[in-house]
Design a protein around this ligand. Sequence first.
Ligand SMILES: [Fe+2]
Ligand SMILES: [Fe+2]
Length: 163
Amino acid sequence: MISEKINEILNEQINREFYSGYLYLSMSAHLKELGLNGFAKWIKIQAKEEVEHGLKIFDYLINSNSFVTLKQIRTPEFEFRGVLSIFNHIYEHEQCITKSIMKIAQLADEECDRTTLAFIDWFIKEQLEEEEAVKNIIKRLELFGEDKVALYLIDKELDERAV
Ligand SMILES: [Fe+2]
Ligand SMILES: [Fe+2]
């Protein structure tokens, strides 16, 4: 049985995941406009993953006989100041998401809700992987990003992302 508090925090998380998808889609569109197709594709795939995360929580609530309350998704805001600034923004955003996931785990722990704890464990691992993937791109952009040929090569490499 999912408590009211857990229900509320999971519904909020659905909104955060969909917002992440929205934010990343807006970034992807902008990069596509600039002709940075590889960066645009990489971020678009990321956006799809975020929507899937939202759906995963949606299914969890439904399958637990709990309630889904879909809230308004706000307009994504980001200022384009170069590719590196976009990835720094993604990294900061993912860190906030990690904190919100940890809050869910903490609350589930306090309530001895083992089922939600087990469920949220997947998200904890996923956050680790995502932060690492974004940090790796940032490191390379910091090293070579000012160089146009390097930017072209990183763009080409990111274009290879399939899932
Ligand atoms: Fe996510
Ligand atoms: Fe994410």
